[in-house]
Design a protein around this ligand. Structure first.
Ligand SMILES: Nc1ncnc2c1ncn2[C@@H]1O[C@H](COP(=O)(O)OP(=O)(O)OP(=O)(O)O)[C@@H](O)[C@H]1O
Ligand SMILES: [Mg+2]
Length: 508
C-alpha cells in the first residue's frame, strides 16, 4: 500500500525547470531516502508535497491511493503530512512547549491556552518516542539537535503519518546523529512513513529501506538500499564515477605563515572557552583541528577573524600581529574564511548572487571607480566564477536565498579563494554538500595548499579531518590536547579510534 504517489510532477521557476516529470512511490511504513546533487530539486519536490509550492499542470498526487491537490501546508498537516525543513523554523524567543503547540493550542472553556493539557500531551509524546526534551526552555538557548527534536515532535503533535525530513543531520554532531537514528527507528516502529533527504550515503545505508535518485530535476530510479552500494548510489546520483576518498600528494610545508600563541577568549556568557591555545601553520599544508562540537572551536574562529574580542594572546600572519584589527582589516591581511553558518555569516540572503560575490570588495577596483560601482565588472567576475565553480543555476540576478544549500556554499568558497588568501580557515566547509561537490571542494582546498597557502580545517566530522589533513591537532576544552604528525597519520592502523580517544578527553 502506498502512503504517497507522485506522477509526472514538474515545477518551473521563471524559465528554469527545478522538477521535471518526477515519479515517486512511497510505501506505507518505509523510510524512503531522496538522493540528488545540490540543486537537483529535492527540497522543491518536498515543498510541493507539503503544499508550499503548487506543481505545474499535468502532474498527479495520490495520498493513500486517493487523488488530491495540496493547496496549503495547513491542508497537508490536516491530511497527516508533516515536514521538518532544511533550515529550522522555530520561534526563538518562545519555549519548546509554546513552539510545539503553536497554532493548535488546546484551550480552556473560556478560551485561554491550556498549558496543563498541552504539557501532559507533549510529555506523553516525548515518552512514547523516547525524546529527551525540556519543555520550558527557550528555543534560543537549546542546541541544534534539540531544535530538531522539537521540530519532529511538532509534526507528531499534529498527528503526522507521513513525515518529511529535509537534511535532518546536516548540522548535527556525531552524537546527535546517533540519537536521531534511534528516533527514526522509533517512528518506524509505530508505523510512521518517513521521507528523508540526505547527502550522506552511509546514512542512507543505515536507516533507509528504499532510495529515489533524482538528477537535474529528473527522476532517475528507485532502488532497494540493501542491495545497492554507496559507490553505486554516488554514481547514479552524479551520473559519473565519484572518488569517495581524497587523493593527494604529500605536503611540502614551507615557512610559517600563521601563528596563534597563548590565545584565550570568552564566550558570550563570559565563560572561558579558548584557553592558552597554540598553533602554527606553514605554507603548503592543511592542518586539521579535530574535536567534538562545543570545545571552543566557534569562539576560536571568531577570535581569529576579528568577530570576537579575545582576552589575551597573539595572532600573526606573516609575522604581523593581526589580533587588534577589524574583520575587514584581517580579511585584507590575506586571511579568508569559510564560515560554519553560511546563512548568517557567509552570505546576505536577500542580496543577489553578483552582490554576494563582491561583498568585501565592492568599493575596491575594479568593482568601483571614484565611488561608482561598476556593474559590468561585478557581473563579469561573477559569471566567470560561476562557470569555474559550476554554480547552478547560472543566474547572477537570483537572490542567494533561492539557490540550493550546496550552491550557496560554493559561492562562499569561490569568493574567498578569489581573494588569493595566504591563510584559509575552513570551518565545516562541506556541511550539506553532495558527494560530487565535496569531492570538488576537497580538490580546490588541496589545490590551494599546493599553491603554497596554509589551510586550517576545522570540522566535527573526523572522517573529513583524517581524509584531508596533512597533520592534525585535537582541541579539547579550549586547548590543543595533542598534535598528530603526518607520519602517525599515515602509518597508524586505527587512526580514527586513536584520535577519537583524544577527542573524548584522553591524554597523550
Ligand atoms: N523560488 C525559487 N526561485 C527560483 N529558483 C529556485 C527557487 N527555489 C528553488 N530554485 C532553484 O531550483 C533548483 C532546485 O532547488 P532545491 O532547493 O530544490 O535543490 P535541492 O535538491 O534541495 O539542493 P540542496 O541539496 O543543495 O539543498 C535550484 O537550482 C534552485 O536555485
Ligand atoms: Mg535542499
Amino acid at each position: 500500500m502506498f502512503a504517497l504517489q507522485l506522477k509526472n510532477i514538474s515545477k518551473t521557476f521563471g524559465t528554469f525547470k527545478a522538477n521535471d516529470g518526477i515519479n515517486l512511490d512511497v510505501i506505507s511504513g518505509e523510510v524512503h531516502a531522496i538522493l540528488g546533487e545540490n540543486g537537483a530539486g529535492k527540497s522543491t519536490l518536498m515543498k510541493i508535497i507539503f503544499g508550499l509550492y503548487q506543481p505545474d499542470a499535468g502532474g498527479e498526487i495520490f495520498l493513500k491511493g486517493k487523488k488530491i491537490t495540496i493547496p496549503t501546508p495547513r491542508f497537508a498537516i490536516k491530511n497527516g503530512i508533516g515536514m521538518v525543513h532544511q533550515h529550522f523554523m522555530l520561534v526563538r524567543p518562545f519555549t519548546i512547549l509554546q513552539n510545539i503547540i503553536l497554532g493548535v493550542e488546546p484551550r480552556t472553556w473560556f478560551g485561554a491556552v491550556n498549558y496543563q493539557v498541552a504539557r501532559a500531551q507533549v510529555t506523553e509524546l516525548a515518552k512514547t518516542y523516547n525524546f529527551n526534551i525540556e519543555a520550558d526552555r527557550l528555543v534560543e538557548t537549546i542546541s541544534v539537535g534539540m531544535q530538531q527534536r522539537v521540530e519532529i515532535i511538532k509534526t507528531l503533535y499534529r498527528n503526522a503519518e507521513l513525515i518529511i525530513l529535509d537534511e535532518p543531520t546536516a548540522s548535527l554532531t556525531p552524537q546527535e546523529i546517533l540519537d536521531f537514528y534511534r528516533i527514526v527507528e522509533n517512528l518506524k516502529r509505530v508505523g510512521k512513513t518517513i521521507i528523508i533527504i540526505t547527502h550522506k550515503l552511509h546514512e542512507i545505508k543505515e536507516i533507509a529501506d528504499r532510495c529515489t535518485v533524482i538528477r537535474k530535476g529528473r527522476f532517475i530510479e528507485t532502488v532497494d538500499v540493501a542491495t545497492t552500494s554507496e559507490e553505486e548510489l554516488a554514481s547514479k546520483m552524479v551520473g559519473r564515477k565519484v572518488d569517495l576518498k581524497v587523493a593527494k600528494a604529500d605536503a611540502v610545508p614551507g615557512e610559517v605563515v600563521f601563528s596563534i600563541e597563548d590565545l584565550s577568549a570568552l564566550n558570550d556568557k563570559h565563560i572561558l572557552k579558548v584557553k592558552n591555545f597554540n598553533l602554527t601553520l606553514r605554507r603548503g599544508e592543511i592542518l586539521g583541528l579535530a574535536g567534538i562540537d562545543g570545545n571552543g572551536q566557534r569562539e576560536l574562529v571568531e577570535a581569529l577573524t576579528g568577530l570576537r574580542k579575545f582576552k589575551s594572546g597573539s595572532i600573526k600572519i606573516n609575522g604581523k600581529e593581526i589580533g587588534h584589527l577589524t574583520p575587514r582589516q584581517i580579511y585584507e591581511s590575506k586571511l579568508a574564511m569559510i564560515p560554519e553558518d553560511r546563512q548568517r555569516r557567509g552570505l546576505i540572503m536577500d542580496f543577489k548572487v553578483k552582490e554576494n560575490f563582491v561583498l568585501q570588495r565592492i568599493e575596491k577596483s575594479p568593482f568601483s571607480h571614484y565611488g561608482f560601482i561598476i556593474n559590468r565588472e561585478m557581473e563579469k567576475f561573477t559569471e566567470s566564477m560561476m562557470e569555474r565553480f559550476d554554480i547552478r543555476p547560472r543566474n547572477i540576478e537570483l537572490n542567494a536565498r533561492n539557490l540550493s544549500g550546496g550552491n550557496q556554499q560554493k559561492i562562499i568558497l569561490a569568493r574567498e579563494i578569489a581573494n588569493n588568501p595566504d591563510v584559509l580557515i575552513a570551518f565545516q566547509p562541506t556541511r550539506g554538500l553532495d558527494v560530487g561537490a565535496i569531492e570538488y571542494i576537497h580538490h580546490e582546498i588541496i589545490k590551494l595548499r599546493d599553491q603554497g597557502k596554509a589551510i586550517l580545517l576545522i570540522s566535527y566530522e573526523l572522517d573529513e579531518v583524517i581524509n584531508l589533513s596533512d597533520r592534525i591537532a585535537v582541541i579539547v576544552d579550549g586547548s590543543v590536547s595533542v598534535n598528530i604528525s603526518h607520519e602517525t597519520l599515515v602509518t597508524h592502523e586505527n587512526i580514527k579510534e586513536y584520535i577519537g580517544l583524544f577527542m573524548a578527553g584522553g591524554k597523550a
